[in-house]
Design a protein around this ligand. Structure first.
Ligand SMILES: Nc1ncnc2c1ncn2[C@@H]1O[C@H](COP(=O)(O)OP(=O)(O)OP(=O)(O)O)[C@@H](O)[C@H]1O
Ligand SMILES: [Mg+2]
Length: 239
């Protein structure tokens, strides 16, 4: 199991608040790693620090063995790391296809090639039939799909998904699990923040649990749900 991404002792201070207090997290090539923990544990902050949106206060982020912590967002994106946002981004009047093409322009500098890439990922996520609809007119489930499409359009090797399944109906969640399997089959590594344990049991090879800014567990989802520390810090309160 070679780790594509290795996070060690990652910390982030916001003024007086220590949002991350030294987390460790590994993502193995071609696998799906689940990142869970209570509200405010620091999951989204961790994604911010890994993706270059936030500058870590301490610790290291290694990508294929090289330090990338502190690099600006566009440099990290250029290396092949893409993220979605927990709060879906405003799309204005852009159509689904246009919003996705913006992502594709990272690596495809000709518009026609970027549009072809956009069409390909819209097909993959099941949004091809909505391509000419303005992004703001989509349902929540489709807005989440569009977030994933925009990230995938950048041709990532690592995809950081922040609660892309929140608010989905059970049948939409099933579709989303099928989509995750297709993305993994295409060779993309995934780290996913997700609160529904059944979803993680179904797709995660590995689960990392953080609480109050610290990693408290790393192992299989099946072992996580039996771990007293995890139950105490997260599952007990979630149930
Ligand atoms: N930009 C910011 N400035 C100040 N404090 C922040 C900022 N972003 C996050 N925080 C704080 O850092 C802590 C961790 O927040 P974060 O959003 O990373 O948690 P989370 O695990 O993603 O939670 P949730 O499950 O609710 O999404 C929280 O106390 C939050 O209020
Ligand atoms: Mg969050």
């Amino acid at each position: 199991m070679s780790a594509l991404l290795e996070v060690r002792g990652l910390a982030k201070q916001f003024g007086a608040l220590r949002a991350l207090d030294g987390i460790d997290l590994d993502a193995a090539q071609g696998r799906l790693t689940g990142l869970i923990g209570p509200n405010g544990a620091g999951k989204s902050t961790a994604f911010g620090c890994i993706s270059g949106a936030l500058k870590p206060s301490a610790g290291s982020v290694l990508w294929r063995g090289r330090r990338i912590d502190g690099l600006p967002y566009h440099r990290v994106a250029g290396l092949g790391i893409a993220r979605t946002y927990q709060v879906v981004q405003p799309f204005g009047d852009m159509t689904v296809r246009e919003a996705t093409t913006v992502g594709a322009l990272l690596h495809h500098h000709r518009v026609a090639a970027a549009e072809r890439k956009a069409d390909e990922v819209l097909e993959l996520v099941g949004l091809a039939h909505r391509a000419n609809v303005p992004g703001h007119a989509l349902t929540i489930a489709d807005k989440k799909r569009l977030e994933v499409a925009r990230a995938l359009a950048t041709d990532p090797q690592l995809l950081l998904l922040d609660e892309v399944m929140a608010g989905l109906t059970p049948s939409e969640a099933q579709d989303a699990v099928a989509l995750l399997r297709r993305i993994l089959a295409s060779g993309v590594t995934i780290v996913m923040v997700e609160h529904v344990m059944e979803v993680l049991m179904a797709v995660a090879d590995h689960v990392v649990v953080i609480a109050a800014g610290k990693t408290i567990f790393a192992g299989t989802a099946a072992d996580a749900v039996r771990d007293p520390g995890v139950i105490d810090a997260y599952l007990g309160t979630a149930a």
